[in-house]
Write a protein that binds this ligand. Sequence first.
Ligand code: HXC
Ligand code: NAP
Length: 296
Amino acid sequence: MELMFRESLLKGKRILVTGGGTGLGEVMAEAYAQLGARVYICGRRKDVLEDTARRISDRTHSQVSAISCDIRVAEAVEDMIAEIWADGGALSGLVNNAAGNFISRTKDLSPRGFNAIADIVFRGTFYVTLACGKRWIDGGQKASVISILTTWIWNGGPFTVPSAMSKAGLHIMTKSLASEWGAYGIRLNAIAPGPFPTKGAWDRLSPQSANRSEQRVNAIPMGRNGEMPELANLAVFLMADGCDYLTGQTIAIDGGLHLASGGNFYQLSALGDSDWQHIRDEIKGTNAKDKAKRTV
Ligand code: HXC
Ligand code: NAP
């Protein structure tokens, strides 16, 4: 990948990227490995993780380990973080990237549907941050945490309410811990990406029957979706030494979308009952296929 940094910038860093087996997590994991970091990725589908870890290691010659872990389970998170610490010492960086999401009218959500998202994004992310944070504080290690949010933390997320609520919680976690943990040299920042097409997100946010991709691209002032190296460069910058005084910030990278149009799914208000039934069936088909591959 074409990056704007010198090759060994992250040598000596040890970084965990949650949800690093696919999509944006995979892109950031590769960028870190390319710049010399020792990288760990986690998720629920072991085969997917192992393929990604192998591919990145082959390309970058850095060591990348795949750990299957469901971040909704606090004990499993503790085990994973203990395993990483035992495998060569403290992490120096954490990227909270794992997430779940789907579009749905809020009135159609069940409590389980809400929890399916909140348990991953809101609770799971906190479990991982806490398991790392308490070890950093005990061990006197400096560290950098980056959480991947969305721009609708600022203006709301119609049709993605559990995600918007959960991501907004992480935005406040970022600010709160930036001050609570600043004295320990632990920095927390966040990235709010605009549209960066990935299979995981697009199958659940723009399934065929809700396809509004073209309309959305037209709404972006820069007239295009994000490109992966652009996101990777920001994720490297926030992770690297040299911006040690930068903490508690959430940075949008969206070509100006949220400033021009809100950057959310308000345009889906035009859909009717049968459209929503098709959308739901399509997303559930994707969920079932992914679930069949999970090992944890
Ligand atoms: C309404 C739905 C639904 C849908 C699932 N549910 N899909 N409700 N509309 N489309 C409901 C189910 O009916 C069920 O409730 C409950 O959710 C749990 O469903 P499960 O399939 O058992 O969930 P689970 O196995 O826990 O899977 C979690 C998941 C799944 C979130 C539903 O999509 C997942 O694992 N996603 C991971 C990857 C992902 O989502 N990536 C996209 C991130 S993108 P009932 O009551 O019926 O039992 C992102 C982008 C943001 O965040 C910004 C873009 C611009
Ligand atoms: P993705 O490919 O679906 O990534 C989500 C990852 O999270 C998957 O690898 C998934 O792996 C993992 N995950 C989900 N639940 C998990 C759990 N319980 N435990 C451990 N891992 C879990 O989608 P993406 O587009 O790359 O999204 C990555 C991040 O970017 C998310 O935080 C998303 O909200 C954010 N984002 C994306 C966009 C975009 O345009 N793509 C825009 C704004 C924000 P398993 O299913 O194997 O567990």
